[in-house]
Design a protein around this ligand. Structure first.
Ligand code: UGA
Length: 450
């Protein structure tokens, strides 16, 4: 059992802290926000993540999990400090390191015993060398501090499961001591550990995320071509998936990838390459395809409808994926302002993300347009002229094709997640556009002629 402190209580920091405590370590999570810390002390999670609150409560009760704003007290006797603060994207695509630098300095000025600083945040290759130097520059006491890279591979919505049952743990260290400390910390997890040098660990994170982003963009590119040549992307994906070398995961074409990771990490690696005089053409292509994919259905609908002005538009799904309340880089964030600019009367449904979305786009008028949040998909669909599907929540998948015909004024559906069977939509006379599949002609009764 080790005494561990975790800096930052976002997705990465909080889940790391809780899972470390679950594996028997004595963990203190540090955050600057007093109100948030107070809430977490009560066992309430500030983020929506399956299983997280239960584990918080269990480990708080067992006395292994603590929350504080007092970083000095948390760091001074820690054997390891995990850094899980954000590295947001700057305007030029580079990663903003200011949060990491703040924590690094706090650690340097607080620690009173040998300590391994473990960076979980995604950082440009070579950053951890600088973090180690930075900490040593600011050290007050004569103690040993080293920095290890330990990239995070959890996906939102399944963060706890991904951490406790990870495929692998990557540790990047520069000394036997650092490797030993980190191996001991992870030993109770019982997961294969890949031990490499620090720069390789940093690169593994980017290379993994960008590969997955590339896989999605590739499928989206192929899907767009499928539409033109009369092939079906889901059949194509199935046919590909039996090849072990390709695998069956991350082959879903749709409205493009969002979230806090793929968009940021693709741009960051492209930037790193550029800084090093290299053009990373594959990753650039993934970014370009994704940018176009996000609004592709909107443009198709625009062509079909002439205008959205005064139309009731049902929007199903706001978050970037199901199982999370996170809206970062969600396709809804690009499409809804476009619809509002055109004067659409939007009725938006999301089982979890509506409150967060309403903070950005409060209910009511926005220029010519208007947005209302509803608590059931049926309310959004009632008398709607057109429907957009942006997220594959179970509640949205559960809508039967018949409901579109029964509820909507004109059953015209643009589905960014390929949720419904094209033939069934055709039988129910829904005019249905999805991604990489044939179009269901519906009744062909134009909205503008209703
Ligand atoms: C991603 C990675 O999956 C994690 O391994 C990684 O640790 C994490 O980023 C991170 O760097 O922190 P996350 O962004 O939470 O996790 O979500 P994913 O489930 O990977 O989905 C990302 C986006 O890709 C979503 O918008 C999703 O809709 C889209 N996607 C995913 C597709 O469009 N098609 C697919 O087949 C799969």
């Amino acid at each position: 059992m080790k005494k561990i402190s975790v800096a930052g209580t976002g997705y990465v920091g909080l889940v790391t802290g809780v899972c470390m405590a679950e594996n028997g370590h004595d963990v203190t999570c540090v955050d600057i926000d007093e109100a948030k810390v107070e809430t977490m002390r009560k066992g309430i999670s500030p983020i929506y993540e399956a299983g997280l609150e239960e584990l918080m409560q269990k480990n708080i009760a067992a006395g292994r999990l603590h929350f504080t704003t007092d970083y000095q007290a948390a760091y001074k006797n820690a054997e390891a400090v995990f850094i899980g603060v954000g590295t947001p994207e700057r305007a030029d695509g580079s990663a903003d390191m200011s949060f990491i630098a703040t924590v690094a300095r706090q650690v340097a000025e607080s620690i009173e015993q040998d300590c391994l600083v473990v960076v979980k945040s995604t950082v440009p290759v070579g950053t951890n060398d600088k973090v180690e130097q930075f900490i040593n520059d600011f050290l007050i006491n004569a103690v040993r501090v080293e920095v290890a890279s330990n990239p995070e591979f959890l996906a939102q919505g399944s963060a706890v499961k991904n951490t406790l049952e990870a495929d692998r743990i990557v540790i990047g260290t520069e000394s036997e001591w650092a490797e030993k400390v980190l191996t001991e910390i992870y030993q109770p997890f019982g997961i294969p550990i890949v031990s490499v040098n620090r720069r390789s660990a940093e690169m593994i994170k980017y290379a993994s995320n960008d590969f997955l982003a590339l896989k999605i963009s590739y499928m989206n590119d192929i899907a767009n071509l499928c539409e033109k040549v009369g092939a079906d992307i889901q059949d194509v994906a199935e046919g590909m998936s039996y090849d072990d070398r390709i695998g069956s995961k991350f082959l879903n074409a749709g409205i493009g990838y969002g979230g806090s990771c793929f968009p940021k990490d693709t741009k960051a690696l492209e930037y790193i390459a550029k800084q090093n005089g290299y053009e990373l053409r594959t990753v650039k292509a993934a970014i370009d395809v994704n940018n176009a994919q996000k609004t592709r259905l909107f443009h198709k609908a625009s062509d079909r409808l002439i205008t959205f002005n005064g139309l009731k538009v049902a929007v199903l799904g706001l978050t970037f994926k199901p199982g999370t309340d996170d809206l970062r880089e969600a396709p809804s964030l690009e499409n809804i302002p476009l619809l509002l600019d055109e004067g659409a009367d939007i009725y938006a449904y999301d089982p979890v993300g509506a409150d967060n979305f309403a903070k950005l786009h409060p209910k009511g008028a926005h220029g010519q347009g208007n947005i209302t949040y509803v608590s059931k998909p049926e309310e959004a669909l009632q008398d709607a002229n057109v429907c957009f599907v942006f997220t594959e929540w179970g509640e949205i998948k559960a809508i039967s094709p018949k409901q579109f015909t029964e509820l909507m004024r004109t059953p015209l559906v643009y589905d960014g997640r390929n949720l419904y069977d094209v033939d069934t939509m055709t039988n129910e006379r829904v005019e249905y556009y999805s991604v990489g599949r044939s179009v269901s002609a519906g009744t062909k009764k134009g909205v503008e002629s209703v």
